[in-house]
Design a protein around this ligand. Sequence first.
Ligand code: GDP
Length: 613
Amino acid sequence: MTSSTRGRRPARTSNGAGRQNFAPPGAQRPEPVDYAIEIPAAITIHDLADMMGLNPIEVIKEFMRNGFMYTINEVVEHETAALVADSLGFDVLPLAEPDKQAGSLVISPDGEDPDLLEARPPVVTILGHVDHGKTTLLDSLRNSDVVSGEAGGITQHIGAYQIDFDGSPISFLDTPGHEAFTAMRARGAQVTDIAILVIAADDGIMPQTIEAIDHVKAAGVPIVVAINKIDRLDADTERVKRQLAEQDLLIEEWGGDVIAVPISALRGDGISDLLENVMVVAEIGELKANPQRSARGVVVEARIDKQRGTIATVLVQTGTLSVGDNIVLGEVRGRVKAMFTDRGRRIKSAGPSQPVEILGVSGLPQAGDVLETTPDDKTARQIVEERQRLREIKFGSGPTLEDVYTRIESGEVKTLNLIVKTDVQGTVDAVRNALERLNNEQTKVTLIHAASGSITESDILLAVASKAIVIAFNSRIEPGARSLASQEGVDIRFYSIIYNLVDDVERALTGLLDPVYRDVLEGRATVRAIFSLGRRAKAAGFYVNDGRITRDSKIHVLRSGQELHVGPIQSLKHFRDDVREVATGFEGGVTLEGFHDYEEDDVLEAYRTVQES
Ligand code: GDP
């Protein structure tokens, strides 16, 4: 039995219907312990006993009383373990549902017992326009950390670091900018608690500042503004404050709730004031985590070292990560062999908000991958396989304008999130006004980001992270953004007449949009070999890197990013057999109608035409 009720219950009062309990009256019972536990999908008896703070023998006996025979190293499923833990007087937190949206199995933080939560340091990201001083500020903060008492200071960049500010630790992500910030969110990881928005006082708010503001707002992360370069003669802090107000960021001295601190990152002026305000925002946010549970974290960066293998920087978000823990990071797994702080100091365990470098991972995880601990390597392997499967399902499955109505009707979403890119600044407001006029009591159009310029990868990542549709008005798309959009299934609509744009959105909101046909990217493969089939005809031997190639796919042949051919498949083989599909990680052979000029390393993209309804 799983239960969401917290706190201690008498050990014997909860025999639910259908549950057997063979304990003889008056049998010796271990003392119940006063907290809820979180049992993973599978766990060994040994680990379960550990989790409950009981002798494994007692736990094995309790299994026997409930009619189960197990030895100490046997793995039991959540349901069975929960049943026994329950009869030992523990509250068992419900097993978290796999988070299919993020394509990963994520343990819901909602499952935490409030009694076990403790204050944790804030995790801060620094954003702003290029050259406004983000890197200088990160360096200055890193070097200002003289109170920490650890010799050597921070010499290496591992992607994140922690400083000690008057006895309060603060963690910083070392990769500044909103692209990295949103890339992590697009992968399902929300790492940042507070964003410091750096604005150079001599330059004022610039396009990337606005982009950063929109990205941070979309994430619902509080902003502390650092008005930088106040040492410069041409610094104009008042202008920055006015410009902030225009972006709906009203500072405190003008009656708003946005904290703005004048600083000079170069000289170190105002840095303590900035950090003090970061701590104030952290306190308001009541940042908490349970250090007693198994660890969950996020990969900040990872690299392969010739001698030591994969070195991954991980930010622990909740729980405690220890040397020896079995872990999964996205689609790779491992066992923590050693852990180091940002100062290169070897440690045995790391708690919430702490960045650490870990050794012992088998592959190369990606920034934004979620780290979780598993009871054993077998479970880790199962989770990795499941994630690979879910990723394939996820392939090309973002929201489309056609299914907006269904999503709103079913209560899945309340608003239509849009990212609008236009040719010139003047049209941004025209499109914004026209779209906002469509808002009524039932439906709401939210412009997550509206700006002039071409559609960039950063826009696509924001669309993924915010489940938004991209509207292009006389705007072009950058090549990298186009392939990212196909891969992530982001719907992009191109318009050159405002009326058509608004009409489509309106019809989408009312469920009247005509069905359209759309090509959805199904898979991507690389040509590894070319085979001659006669005088001219050739077949391409390929390896599927992502998704799948199916017999009915339309194939786009790309060489160095240039499209050479689009057309149907003539034959699809796996070894000598004709097959219906070839999946990720497998090799196959293909012939195309009307194309034979393959070269090694050509990319084959497989598209399927789907009807949106
Ligand atoms: P980023 O692109 O936002 O990371 O900006 P950088 O940190 O690289 O800074 C861009 C330039 O501004 C560098 O030449 C810095 O030395 C300079 N800079 C940064 N902060 C200050 C400051 O507080 N005062 C002055 N005068 N220059 C600064």
